[in-house]
Design a protein around this ligand. Structure first.
Ligand code: GLN
Length: 451
């Protein structure tokens, strides 16, 4: 598939041909299940002229049916464009194809979608990751030039790692959330999923910037990312995370670190607090916010209402359409916010969140970048994580980043013994996306040379 950089130089006639080609390929490769339209046997949803970019099913595109892959939103047609979509349309890009995801972005495997599974492009017995599994799979399979995902606890970076592509989560507040269906408002960010680091920077440049429609958008200067040559970085390597990861992942990452050192970057060795703390904190904060955000889906305003004999029964029947994982989180979130438990769980989690942010601040007082694995394992098989808690552990290295609000990128650094992609994560300090992309480009070049 051609790169985003190249596609931006093409004429509208040439782009039409590319869209035709994507449509044909998507239909031929229907079983991948990355695009939702495939299940419907129609052409991919299209909006506007320009370079086609695939869109996760939780970002509003005017005139499209946006469902967050949930039964409860079937039939909801969006009346407006998210800010990121407007920005894309103004920059010569156009939304093209809705991508499968875990229901309401809750999950790490895209197995909770109402539309069925998305396959990993490298091995059809394995998951593509989640929750932006569709977005990562279509880019990984060569069925999209680039895609948008959303990341609350790793949902861009983890599927990018599993599908061998680049995925980036901006600093909290950097990209407008206006028009992104909220899961956990203090953690969610939209970001690019692309074939390489430069394309990620190009798409990020288009998406980023203050938006008056989003009260959590940051009114900070938004300089376009530039790549500079020859800068040497100080990189903090998180030893306890690397030690815990699978052998193949550990080896691929240690190889990159060795090369970085050879090229003259300074490596310092650090540890972060036990990642179990991050998981516990995240699943209190995220479920608390989700229980509140998802209360708006009651059959009165959006999507698919199921009429009962009275109002209460209508609410009940309508909300019964939520899948198991979503219900579990609404209940958990309601519990941690309930008056008897608020102090014990929610307030405690907010305190630990603060500690997590402090840990990152401390690291960035000494280093330009932090380096970790993206996941403890490569892509796992469908159905292999039956216990929800086990599924939650696939995000142990990504969710701290969301809790702290810092930017991070996942990029491919090799394959394991089963030919599944391995991802590496770089993290930068708040609003320092430029260092993040530059560090990622250096790593990408190292990996290219090793091949
Ligand atoms: N896998 C995590 C969860 O299930 C993260 C999801 C996300 O980033 N949207 O909540």
């Amino acid at each position: 598939m051609i790169t985003l950089k190249k596609a931006l130089t093409l004429s509208s006639e040439e782009l039409k041909e590319i869209k035709k080609d994507i449509n044909n390929k998507a239909k031929e490769n229907k079983k991948l299940g990355g695009y939702i339209e495939q299940f419907l046997d129609t052409d991919l949803a299209e909006s506007g002229e320009g370079v086609p970019v695939a869109i996760k099913d939780n970002i509003n595109v005017k005139g499209w049916e946006i469902t967050c892959s949930s039964k409860i939103l079937r039939g909801y047609v969006s009346p407006y464009n998210a800010t990121v979509i407007e920005k894309m349309l103004n920059s010569g890009l156009s939304p093209f194809g809705r991508c499968n995801m875990d229901e309401f972005a809750m999950g790490s495997s895209t197995e909770t979608s109402q539309y069925g599974k998305t396959l990993n492009p490298y091995n059809s017995n394995c998951v593509p990751g989640g929750s932006s599994g569709g977005s990562a799979a279509v880019v990984g399979a060569g069925l999209a030039i680039a895609a948008l995902g959303s990341d609350t606890g790793g949902s861009i970076r983890q599927p990018a790692a599993f599908c061998g592509v680049v995925g980036m989560k901006p600093t909290y507040g950097r990209v407008s959330r206006y028009g992104l269906t909220a899961f956990s408002s203090s953690l969610d960010q939209i970001g690019p999923i692309t074939q390489n680091v430069e394309d990620a920077a190009i798409l990020y440049n288009i998406l980023a910037g203050f938006d008056k429609n989003d009260s959590t958008s940051a009114p900070v200067e938004n300089k376009k990312i530039e790549f500079y040559t020859n800068k040497k970085f100080k990189i903090a390597v998180i030893d306890n995370y690397i030690d815990e990861a699978d052998e193949d992942i550990k080896k691929a990452i240690l190889d990159v670190i060795k090369e970085l050192e050879k090229e003259g970057h300074t490596i310092i060795h650090k540890n972060l607090m036990n990642s179990k703390m991050d998981v516990a904190t995240y699943y209190i904060v995220a479920t608390a916010e989700a229980s509140s955000n998802l209360s708006r889906f009651d059959g009165m305003r959006y999507g698919n209402r199921i009429e009962g004999k009275d109002l209460k029964e209508t609410y009940k029947l309508t909300r019964t359409q939520f899948g198991e994982e979503v219900k579990r989180r609404i209940m958990l979130g309601t519990f941690v916010l309930s008056s008897g438990y608020y102090d014990a769980y929610y307030i405690k989690a907010m305190k630990v969140r603060h500690l997590i942010k402090n840990e990152f601040d401390k690291l960035f007082s000494e280093a330009d970048l932090v380096l970790t694995p993206v996941t403890p394992t490569t892509a796992f098989e469908f159905g292999s994580k039956k216990d929800p808690l086990e599924m939650y552990l696939s995000d142990i290295y990504t969710i701290g980043v969301n809790l702290a609000g810092v930017p991070a990128i996942s990029l491919p650094v090799g394959k394991d013994g089963k030919n599944l992609p391995i991802g590496m994560q770089l993290i930068a300090k708040h609003f320092d996306e430029e260092t993040l992309f530059n560090g990622a480009k250096i790593v990408e070049n190292i990996v290219k040379e090793e091949k």
